[in-house]
Design a protein around this ligand. Structure first.
Ligand SMILES: *Cc1c(COP(=O)(O)O)cnc(C)c1O
Length: 461
């Protein structure tokens, strides 16, 4: 078959857009371990979870047998405002690298939140609205998730309360104002509004906050305010389900041109974009229909996959959330202060953790200066200014393309470009001024986090 000329951008028509999400768990022989109640160590049931999350999302969270979920029409309509996301053939990057590899990236930065997070935000807000709730709460660190959720809530007429890590609230005022433009209330965390916030402020006056603390505040407000639930932007099974739209569109676009990738690469924070991107391809592998190399890329300063333990651990620092079995650095782990590149969560999606444990996926850790070098090269040839998080995937895509240059192999590489980096210019500035350094935690540093992983029979690691 003669190869059709591949355009710079492969779009899908509205008719070609996926109408269902795909649930990888349905095809996994070894299912991800269930969430455990931290008090009883029994699997969390529907009734345990519904005070925190809305009902339909709890169904999705617990369902590891249904392969396809219809995307409700209202969500499809919203998706049409900013999707399909283009799949771009990186001809200019290939040229720059002088590689025989064929490189594609799926660009998720074409919306105001600047990332893929809107794909799940609209779904979570939709189910909350459908249940007749009045509002949702959440936490945000860098701000992409809070922005995405504010956009989804304003579209549907839901209240949105965002607890934003205080240091980000002060350092990223523009993100905060974007959220307020979409009608969200944004509170620096820790705050005096919650019991847990007041307790933390009493114990640590002047603290600039942490994601774990913001989660604890958001959960407290959701569970103590009638008509409210809590929502989370990554890690959970339901979030990977919604993000499968990324991979389904990617596969449909490649199939149009008869292209089969060899390597699929994504950055990994909590695992939602990577899980979404790989899901239809991993489904084929799990069903024995095809083979691909999957590579998760994480920061060397927050190396959950490559140096973490596979164990049950808390999802938050406040230890109010259920226990999840995952690759973890311990819920008390905090990346070094010089870490500017995002992806700072201590744990990882249970689904991806199981796949990695079963040898179905690889992981590499990269240092931040080399990530920003890749980001800059990419921006200069492909035009898009990438988010630091996304640039982890760019780094490894370039490295794999350079290997092809050595061997002469014409591999097809697909990576996820999760978003744009306009709110990360302080990190870019550090890089340009030569002030960015790399930090790799020592084994002793990591041991401090591991010591905080709960110990109980069956949780040996
Ligand atoms: C949140 C975010 C990530 C990391 O989250 P995952 O759940 O691992 O996908 C990556 N890129 C961007 C742009 C983000 O906003």
């Amino acid at each position: 078959m003669s190869e059709k000329k591949i355009p710079y951008k492969i779009y899908l028509s509205e008719e070609e857009m996926p109408k269902q999400w795909y649930n990888m768990r349905a095809d996994m022989k070894n299912k991800p371990a269930p969430l455990l109640n931290p008090g009883t160590l029994k699997p969390m049931t529907f009734d345990d979870l519904t005070p925190v999350f809305c009902d339909e999302l709890v169904h999705q969270e617990l369902d590891d047998t249904t392969a396809y979920f219809d995307i409700p029409q209202e969500i499809l309509n919203f998706y049409k405002m900013y999707r399909p996301a283009p799949l771009v053939r990186a001809y200019c990057l290939e040229e720059k690298l002088q590689t025989p590899a064929k490189i594609y990236y799926k660009f998720e930065g074409n919306n105001t939140s600047g990332s893929h997070k809107l794909n799940s935000a609209i779904a979570q807000a939709y189910y909350a609205k459908k249940q007749g709730l009045t509002g949702v709460t959440t936490e945000t660190g860098a701000g992409q998730w809070g922005t995405a959720l504010s956009m989804a809530c304003s579209y549907l007429g839901l209240d949105c309360k965002v607890y934003m890590v205080k240091v980000s609230y002060e350092q990223k005022p523009f993100r905060r104002e974007v959220m307020r433009t979409y009608g969200a209330s944004v509170t620096p965390s820790p705050s005096m509004q919650t019991q847990v916030g007041r307790k933390i402020l009493a114990e640590h006056p002047g603290t600039t906050g942490s994601l774990g603390c913001a989660i604890s505040e958001a959960v407290e407000v959701a569970t103590s305010t009638p008509g409210y639930r809590y929502v989370l932007g990554s890690v959970l099974n339901q979030v990977l389900l919604h993000q499968s739209i990324i991979g389904l569109e990617t596969k449909a676009a490649l199939d149009k041109y008869g292209v089969k990738p060899d390597i699929i690469i994504g950055c990994a924070g909590g695992g939602s974009n990577l899980g979404g991107l790989i899901s239809p391809f991993m489904g084929q592998v799990l069903r024995g229909e095809a083979n691909y190399r999957f590579i998760a890329v994480e920061p060397a300063s927050c190396p959950s996959f490559t140096r973490g333990k596979f164990a049950y651990d808390f999802c938050d620092t406040g230890m109010v959330c259920p226990l999840a079995k995952m690759y973890t650095l311990g819920s008390g782990f905090i990346p070094s202060a010089n870490h500017a590149g995002g992806l700072r969560y201590h744990g990882m999606s249970s689904i991806l953790s199981q796949l990695y444990h079963d040898g179905l996926m690889e992981a590499v850790a990269v240092e931040q200066t080399s990530v920003f070098q890749a980001a800059e090269m990419f921006a200069r040839v492909e035009g898009i200014l990438p988010a630091p998080e996304s640039s982890h995937a760019i780094r490894v895509a370039i490295d794999e393309a350079l290997k092809c240059k050595q061997t002469g192999e014409e591999k097809t590489i697909v990576f996820g470009l999760t978003g744009t980096g306009y709110f990360d210019m302080v990190a870019y500035e550090k890089f340009h001024d030569g002030k960015m350094t790399d930090y790799i935690p020592t084994d002793a540093d990591l041991q401090v986090g591991f010591d905080g992983i709960p110990k109980f029979p069956g949780n040996e690691f």
